[in-house]
Design a protein around this ligand. Sequence first.
Ligand code: MG
Length: 382
Amino acid sequence: MTAAYAAQPELTRGRRFPEAAPAYRSEFQRDRDRVIHSKAFRRLEYKTQVFVNHEGDLYRTRLTHSLEVAQIARTVARSMGLNEDLTEAIALAHDLGHTPFGHAGQDELNVCMQAYGGFEHNLQSLRVVDCLEDSYAEFAGLNLTFETREGILKHCAVKHAQQLGEVGKRFLQKTQASLEAQLTNLADEIAYNNHDIEDGLRSGLISLEQMQQVPVFAQQYDLVLQKYPQLEGRSLVRETLRRLISTMVVDLIETSQAAIVASGVQTLEEVRQQAQPLIQYSAAMWVAKNELKRFLRENLYFHPTVYRMSWRAQRVVRELFQAYLQDSRLLPPKYQAFAKQYEQTAGEAGRARAIADYIAGMTDRYALKQYGELFDMDRVRL
Ligand code: MG
């Protein structure tokens, strides 16, 4: 039994193309299953989270990141009586629109698309499930429920929201998404903050000494050392991070549960009408995780080694984009057809959108291969 304010599959606002209810699954289970069977989901294995794919087998990829988000989010959902299937569907789909090469790729594609409406990975994830997947005879995309689509669209600029119909309305009306969507958003943050510490330490770009400047980490680290004075190296790091994830998750569950009780919400409709999200950290954890994020930004994401890798990745994305824009015949036939089709309604911006769809769908290694082929640099590596 889920709570009265949880999303209920029987009460879904439905799919864009009406379908009969599934026989042995709930509507949200069906969404989750469609995401897992999608091409975009399989590509996540070869897309960079922070470290490029070929650097080592133990670093997170977008796929393992998405699985960790789903694990954390499901724990929170189950403990709070929320819908676990919807939560899982949102978590597994949340990064489907990510470009190759992590944030560097997305930022550069956004720069390339400036004159044509920009590029935003949340919007692109929605585009993947709404129109780019092509496995079904009866409709384009995965035809997911409103609730899953709403969860995928975490953020959205007003100018984009106006063109998205129902799913964009909450950004215009300043209402909230379901609790399942809210918690998945924060589970994403808990997952990447913690796994980026581990991957950063593994890479040697940040050190344990540096990490001890971050209070929320240092606190768990000291506790672990008090309890297990012999522990060292990777075991010490992992035991610390295991506890840090747990501390953040418990804080999130307890604070959110209290906020739900205090708000008096009884239904999903009332959840939507709240001025602020009800899924939240305590004030102290909010400050602590922001300190951690700032540390990671300054010391890891902008580390000279990562920065140089990002710079090269941006060049790959930029030059591919420019080449395709200059000559659409460089695109594979499927995207040439999209380029023509979108051009009829949106002119050059339409053609650029088809190119952005193509590049965003690329894995890291596929992008490098295309780059090598076009610019005669087959051994190019980041
Ligand atoms: Mg993510």
